[in-house]
Design a protein around this ligand. Structure first.
Ligand code: NAD
Ligand code: MG
Length: 479
């Protein structure tokens, strides 16, 4: 039995018009793809939402040529302030149609409507607003008096934040004067296609943004096309490595945003209730499908039992189920493949000797689901302490001294993010300085802002997105 009973508060899906089938968005228009189309489903119900085109090598070539033409003829030569106006227009249209985007994102991805409504869509709009402001101020970006765009950007994104990752890629590319060929993830293409409609509504010149849907083969065609000047990828470390190999030896510029296994460090002086909220937010936000998720909880030994007990109590109140319900905390796992990966890694946790805990309660019968899960008695050698699960699974480890916390936190092949919970400001600053992580949160977690650069060390990738630093990924410095 849960602590509180809530009446269902379902968001209506009637605000979105999902077409039975979608083509590619090339040169300002929707056109049929020449590959075999794929179906995209709602992971919470297994219902087919639409059939979506697959871009072949030839379609990708058409897209790159359209992007090149736009770069040479319209977007490249345009006054920077005018480019900014288009970006402001896109940002406003995203806000105007926010509810439509949120509902569509939740249907296609499985994330709770509360998150798509309050996080994904507003942050996507904020990214366009922020970069719109930069468009005519690039001489102040710290890259010389007249930094130049690179040309055509080939961008490939994952399924965990479909619209937001699109915004992270498209907004800086356009603000800096580049044109784009973007490939969304195969399980979540719909908000990118709705974004294509926004580009039409904003009167963006044809070819500035091209959206080519499809799976890994289409992505490979985008990143390896000889006329692409810049490759930007967000996704798994494994695919990131193959892209780094494909791009090596060419004159393409590359940025990679890959996986993570972040340490969320709780010291004995931290306010426990507040830390528990941060731990929950760190690992259960977006079902844990978050590259910077706080998936390794490092707790100071003296407060371990109290923290774990409070955490389990809190997890018992989380509502798992219908993502369209405004009260839902955890939605569906995005795909059967991802569910299988989560199950495989958690099974390792049990055979390796960690203790698995899950709250009581049933999961919906249809769709792809996984309960919020906590492993205690985890040792640093366990696979659940090393491998990215990319699901709602937390591994709890302990430490005794600050030095041990730092050593354990940095004992990972990744380096994307970390969290520190302590009352002491001086301790926070000292520890943050020693962590090899691109983002370090103090007494909060999973907080995002377009003004703050995001990116990793080691196998989490290279390059930054957001902030002034993010502009450098799309510009050639001038002297
Ligand atoms: P994935 O690497 O399998 O797929 C990502 C994208 O790459 C998809 O669009 C896919 O179609 C495409 N792709 C697959 N093979 C390709 C190839 N050979 N060449 C070009 N494109 C190819 O990853 P995923 O399963 O979609 O996403 C989960 C992973 O992404 C996790 O490991 C997660 O940590 C990472 N991720 C990182 C960030 C970040 O900002 N660092 C953000 C989100 C996700
Ligand atoms: Mg889908």
């Amino acid at each position: 039995m849960s602590l509180f009973e809530y009446a269902p508060a379902p968001e209506s899906r009637s605000i979105v018009d999902i077409r039975p089938s979608y083509g590619l968005f090339l040169d300002g228009e929707f056109t049929a793809g020449t590959g075999t189309p794929r179906k995209t489903v709602n992971p919470a119900t297994e219902e087919v939402l639409a059939e979506v085109a697959t871009g072949s090598d030839e379609d990708v070539d058409r897209a790159v040529r359209a992007a090149r033409r736009a770069f040479v003829k319209t977007w490249g030569p345009m006054r920077p302030a005018d480019r900014g106006k288009y970006l402001f227009r896109i940002a406003r249209l995203l806000q105007e149609r926010a509810r439509e985007f949120a509902v569509l994102e939740t249907l296609d991805n499985g994330k709770p409507i509360r998150e798509s409504r309050d996080v994904d869509v507003p942050l996507a709009a904020a990214h366009f607003f922020y970069h719109a402001g930069w468009a005519d101020k690039l001489e102040h970006a710290g890259l010389g008096p007249a930094p130049r765009p690179l040309g055509v950007a080939g961008q490939v994104i994952p399924w965990n934040f479909p619209l937001l990752m699109l915004a992270w890629k498209v907004a800086p590319a356009l603000a800096t004067g580049n044109t784009v060929v973007l490939k969304p993830a195969e399980t979540t293409p719909l908000t990118a296609l709705l974004f294509a409609e926004i580009c039409q509504q904003a009167d963006l010149p044809p070819g500035v943004v091209n959206i080519v849907t499809g799976a890994g083969d289409t992505g490979r065609a985008v990143i390896s096309h000889p006329d692409v000047d810049k490759v930007a990828f967000t996704g798994s470390t494994e695919v990131g490595r193959s892209i780094a190999r494909a791009v090596a030896g060419t004159d393409k510029r590359l940025s990679l945003e890959l996986g993570g296994k972040a340490a969320n460090i709780v010291f004995d002086d931290a306010p426990i209730d507040q830390a528990v909220e941060g731990i929950v937010r760190g690992i259960f936000f977006n079902q844990g499908h978050v590259c910077c998720a706080g998936s390794r909880l490092l707790v100071q030994e003296s407060v371990h039992d109290d923290v774990v007990a409070a955490l389990q109590r809190r997890i018992g109140t989380l509502r798992v189920g219908n993502p369209m319900d405004k009260n839902t905390d955890l939605g569906a796992i995005n795909s059967p493949e991802q569910l299988a990966r989560i199950r495989e890694l958690t099974a390792f946790g049990e055979t390796e000797g960690a203790t698995c805990w899950q709250p009581a309660g049933d999961l919906p019968a249809k769709g792809y689901w996984f309960k919020p899960t906590v492993f205690t008695d985890v040792s640093p050698a366990h696979r659940i302490a090393r491998d990215e699960v990319f699901g709602p699974v937390l591994s709890v480890l302990t430490f005794r001294t600050p030095d041990e916390a730092v050593a354990k936190a940095n004992n990972t092949t990744y380096g994307l993010s970390a969290g520190i919970w302590s009352e002491k400001g001086s301790r926070i600053l000292k520890i943050a300085d020693q962590l090899r992580a691109g983002v370090v949160w103090a007494n909060t977690f999973n907080e995002f802002d377009p003004t703050a650069p995001f990116g990793g060390y080691k196998q989490s990738g290279y390059g930054r997105e957001g902030g002034r630093q993010g502009l450098a990924a799309y510009l050639e410095a001038s002297k």
